[in-house]
Design a protein around this ligand. Structure first.
Ligand SMILES: Cc1cc2nc3c(=O)[nH]c(=O)nc-3n(C[C@H](O)[C@H](O)[C@H](O)COP(=O)(O)O)c2cc1C
Length: 173
């Protein structure tokens, strides 16, 4: 399966990346292709709401920036994993911009499954991000939710948490 991970953390050795790496190790071990796009290293502007994509653009966004790379990866992705630290009870702005720009393509053709990975300092701060994820991907796009994984405080980078992510990756076919 082609798995696309959108990493919303700006920290290259941070807690979210640790979870992504463990997940990717497990998923690759059982034969999946995993592509990680670090959206914070990209120039992805927010959606302009101009509706060019749904009129003259025929599914293409009027803004030509690094979102083009995400659009191309989405065309062949069968599973989408959103991964983000919690910033003020939600996704990072960079990841939210990439999600909003998906408006242009609606539901990518090959996409069937999704999952969510979240890191935070405090516990019980996930409701906003989970609500956004569930309504946008499993419900609005009709994807199968394969799981939601969170790590807060001392759980971040713990062997227990990383094993959980590795094991999850290994279940995917
Ligand atoms: C701008 C900003 C906002 C944050 N907001 C929250 C928050 O609302 N709740 C929380 O528990 N942690 C919050 N944090 C802490 C991060 O979610 C936490 O440190 C996370 O593990 C960072 O992940 P990373 O290492 O992958 O970047 C915030 C951090 C920053 C920089």
């Amino acid at each position: 399966m082609n798995i696309l991970v959108l990493n919303g953390s700006p920290r290259p050795n941070g807690n979210t990346v640790a979870m992504i790496n463990a997940f990717a190790d497990g998923a690759k071990k059982v034969g999946n292709d995993v592509t990680v796009i670090d959206v914070c290293k990209k120039k992805i502007a927010g959606c302009l709401g101009c509706e060019y994509c749904h009129t003259k653009g025929n599914g293409d966004c009027v803004q030509k920036d690094d979102m083009t790379e995400v659009y191309l990866a989405l065309e062949k992705a069968e599973m989408l994993v959103l991964a983000s630290p919690i910033y003020y009870w939600g996704f990072t702005g960079q990841l939210q911009s990439a999600i909003n720009r998906m408006y242009a393509v609606g539901k990518p053709k090959m996409l069937k499954k999704s999952a969510l990975i979240l890191s935070s300092e405090s516990p019980d701060v996930y409701e906003g991000a989970i609500y956004g994820y569930k309504n946008s991907f499993p419900i609005y796009m009709g994807l199968e939710d394969m799981g939601i994984f969170t790590a807060n405080g001392d759980q971040n980078k713990s062997e227990e948490k990383l094993s959980e992510l590795r094991a999850f990756g290994e279940t995917l076919k």
